[in-house]
Design a protein around this ligand. Structure first.
Ligand SMILES: [Mg+2]
Length: 187
């Protein structure tokens, strides 16, 4: 079968990693409970930043956020390695900006993820993921963002949402822990 995966906050814990970076940079010790209660994707509000300031903070920290030691969610790597071992096709579809595409691909390889260069897509807007996913005729696609998943509802692909505080209203199969991935496939 053909499996597609978003990367940030689906396979890897990027927002929490960025939250830690913000804490150090802004010298504000904010509890992770605050992070876990956020009802939007953006993380700047608890730091007292406006959306504009938050956007600037995100982009000026991008190098550090993307390429330091952001951890994968427990079990995610193991699931993808098992899918590959079982002969399934694995596609990555990330909206990371074009200039970060190749480095992100290589970073994922360094982390041990099974990546084929021809099966790695990047640099599209969230709403443009649909045309790639349609073209690839995926059987399953996993993402965390409500805005992305909403656009895909009309496709025959089976959708799985990686559970996050900001996507509780998304009504598709919900992956809370990666160790339960196979169970979701069997539902
Ligand atoms: Mg994501």
């Amino acid at each position: 079968m053909r499996f597609g995966f978003d990367i940030d906050d689906t396979l890897i814990n990027l927002r929490e990693h960025a939250f830690q970076i913000y804490k150090e940079k802004l010298k504000k010790d904010i509890s992770l409970d605050v992070f876990h209660a956020l009802d939007r994707v953006e993380i700047h509000e608890p730091f007292g930043l406006t959306d504009k300031q938050g956007n600037e903070m995100w982009h000026s920290s991008l190098e550090e956020i993307y390429y330091t030691d952001c951890p994968a969610f427990p079990g995610a790597l193991e699931v993808l390695l098992e899918l590959e071992r079982d002969g399934h096709e694995i596609y990555y579809i990330t909206a990371r900006p074009k200039r970060h595409g190749i480095r992100t691909r290589e970073w994922l390889k360094e982390k041990g993820f099974p990546v084929k260069d021809s099966q790695f897509y990047y640099g599209m807007e969230d709403h443009e993921k649909i045309s790639i996913i349609k073209h690839l005729k995926l059987d399953y696609y996993v993402d965390d963002k409500p805005a992305v998943l909403d656009t895909l509802q009309q496709l025959p692909v089976k959708l799985i949402v990686k559970d996050q505080s900001y996507n509780q209203d998304v009504d598709v199969s919900r992956l809370i822990h990666w160790k339960d991935f196979q169970e979701i496939l069997n539902q």
